[in-house]
Design a protein around this ligand. Structure first.
Ligand code: J2J
Length: 549
């Protein structure tokens, strides 16, 4: 695919002109933006977190963060990183994450955001697909040697020239480089590649521009009412689109507020930081919200500073939604977003009923929304359902991509002819304009906010010599919303054990959340009228089994 057609699909010129005229796209770059923030909020604390370099909690002001980014940009340049280079960033929740991404942005290099959970297979795919020049990572962390894993990928991918390891002397030397003059990148150009949850084979890469992303960040900060004295706890992995931008660390910086990075999402760690740093706002996925709600009942920590808890990434059920405010003493804000762009929020002054039962309204008046025939995967943007009916959500707007990176074939299916993104979500709209996510039309399993593409896992299982065919489906789960169940048809006379198959997938080097929660070996799959494996029937079998208890 590489080399065949454009790497990414820009907005049509007339739309781009309109977004500029409306003030959405301001011609700002991340690098200049940070320098502006450092001028406005110089001595205020930008970020608090545990640095692997000092193994202590550090606090950097806006001026310090800006200076660090200038120096590190020069450090990267000195090591041969150039504007337009793709650089995989795989970092846990450490303050250097911000220094690294702003350093790369200043250079005009593109961060490719990997998650700490990603392993060999995923990193190699990102590196190959983006023809990445380098990986920035840490050493040993949470019992995984990230540096060794990155070097193993670099050994296999010829474009990877370097592995930079935060916390080493070598990295410290790059951080100490003398700042250099660098030309500002094009604000309308790609700033970074974010990952898609994916519904087919391997995760797609999402090209976001300075202009479009900064618009969503500014508006998110406003909608979430961030102020200079807000303190935002990053409980989820910071490189994910949600804690990065909804309103996330970037929204927090926009407001001149403080980012507190939690090394882990669990309630003990988070509550300790909420108390110590007087955290006012945080963002979680529903299973984590449930865990915090439960832990709040027996904590001795003072959580009284917490004003808002954003919940999103997966559907927040009504029951959980009702318990959050009373248990944590804060306001619930639902958020429904996607790394491709479009984000909905309930507003802080919305009536309680809408906050509890909907996922909110879009960020922008110019988010174009269509709810179309859910039974036709190729439905056009005109094929809309009756108002108030459930249908497949399509969108187009000032911060939603028009195509994935280097994915012409996939783009033809994932976008309509007139540029609407097929979100794959099944929604219905209330008369108030609030959306309710009622299901999915895409082949994706949402495992408590972590997205699993069944086809990707099926391909791993099918690489096993004893597996003839595999079908992965989601099973309803009280805690995660959904778990994965893999059905496997063995080759003749083989009897692969469930534990072996799970180990096999793990050993192929994939994120732990993709390893099937359950594997069931069967003789054959139910088939549809046209002879395709019927996942609908497999799901029905599981549902019936669950009912039987
Ligand atoms: C139901 N499904 C939801 C919700 C996301 C903010 C918040 C979340 C993401 C995210 C994000 C949901 N109820 N409240 O990027 O900026 C499912 C939908 C959606 C997919 C996108 C952000 N919130 N989802 O989760 O790219 O199916 O982004 O299409 O990881 O998550 O997943 P992702």
């Amino acid at each position: 695919m590489i080399g065949s057609g454009p790497d990414h699909t820009p907005w049509p010129a007339e739309d781009a002109a309109r977004y500029r005229a409306l003030g959405y796209w301001q011609g700002q770059t991340f690098g200049r933006w940070l320098t502006g923030l450092a001028t406005a909020y110089a001595s205020r604390t930008a970020v608090v977190g545990e640095s692997p370099a000092t193994r202590t909690q550090v606090r950097w002001t806006y001026s310090e963060l800006d200076e660090r980014a200038h120096r590190l940009a020069a450090g990267f340049a000195g090591r041969g990183i150039r504007a337009g280079d793709r650089v995989i960033v795989q970092l846990p929740n450490i303050p250097e994450f911000l220094e690294v991404i702003f350093g790369l942005w200043r250079l005009g290099a593109w961060p490719v955001f990997a998650l700490p959970a990603h392993r060999h297979t995923e990193l190699k795919h990102f590196a190959e697909h983006a023809e990445a020049a380098a990986i920035v990572t840490v050493g040993e962390h949470e019992r995984h040697d990230y540096a060794a894993a990155a070097r193993a990928v670099a050994d296999e991918v010829p474009t990877l020239r370097d592995v930079f390891v935060v916390g080493t002397d070598e990295f410290a030397a790059m951080e100490a480089a003398e700042p250099i003059d660098l030309p500002d990148p094009d604000p309308a150009g790609v700033a970074f590649l974010q990952l898609s949850g994916g519904s087919t084979g391997l995760p797609k890469l999402i090209p976001r521009t300075h202009d479009d992303y900064l618009y969503s960040v500014r508006e998110s900060a406003r909608i979430c009412r961030l102020r200079p004295d807000s303190v935002y706890l990053v409980a989820l992995p910071v490189a994910h689109n949600y804690p990065m931008s909804s309103p996330g660390v970037l929204g927090v910086l926009h407001a001149g507020a403080t980012v507190v990075l939690s090394p882990r999402p669990d309630a003990d760690t988070a509550f300790r930081l909420i108390e110590a740093e007087r955290v006012t706002i945080s963002a979680v996925v529903p299973p984590l919200a449930a865990a915090w709600v439960q832990a709040a009942g027996r904590t001795t920590r003072d959580l009284s500073s917490l004003e808002v808890l954003l919940v999103g990434g997966a559907k927040c059920g009504r029951e959980l939604a009702e318990r959050i405010g009373p248990a944590l003493g804060c306001r619930l804000q639902q958020v429904f977003g996607m790394a491709e762009g479009l984000v909905f929020y309930t507003r802080l002054d919305d009536p309680d009923e809408l906050v509890l039962s909907t996922q909110g309204r879009p960020i922008s008046l110019d988010d174009e929304i269509r709810v179309v025939n859910p039974d036709d995967p190729e439905a056009s943007s005109d094929d809309v359902v009756e108002p108030g009916q459930a249908g497949a959500l399509l969108t187009r707007g000032p911060y939603t991509i028009r195509g994935y990176y280097r994915a012409a074939e996939h783009n033809a299916k994932a976008f309509t002819r007139d540029g609407f993104y097929r979100t794959g979500d099944l929604v219905r709209f209330h008369p108030s304009g609030h959306v309710e996510v009622v299901g999915r039309v895409k082949e994706q399993i949402n495992r408590g906010g972590e997205k699993v593409a069944p086809e990707e896992v099926e391909n791993h299982l099918m690489a096993h010599p004893e597996v003839l065919d595999a079908a992965v489906v989601g099973v309803a789960d009280e805690y995660l919303g959904e778990r994965t169940c893999a059905y496997v048809v063995p080759v003749e006379d083989a009897k692969p054990a469930e534990a072996d198959l799970r180990r096999f997938v793990r050993e192929r080097g994939v994120a732990a959340f993709k390893i099937p929660d359950r594997v069931v070996v069967v003789d054959h799959f139910p088939v549809t009228g046209v002879g395709k494996t019927s996942k609908r029937e497999l799901r029905a079998v599981l549902a019936a089994q669950a009912k039987e208890g």
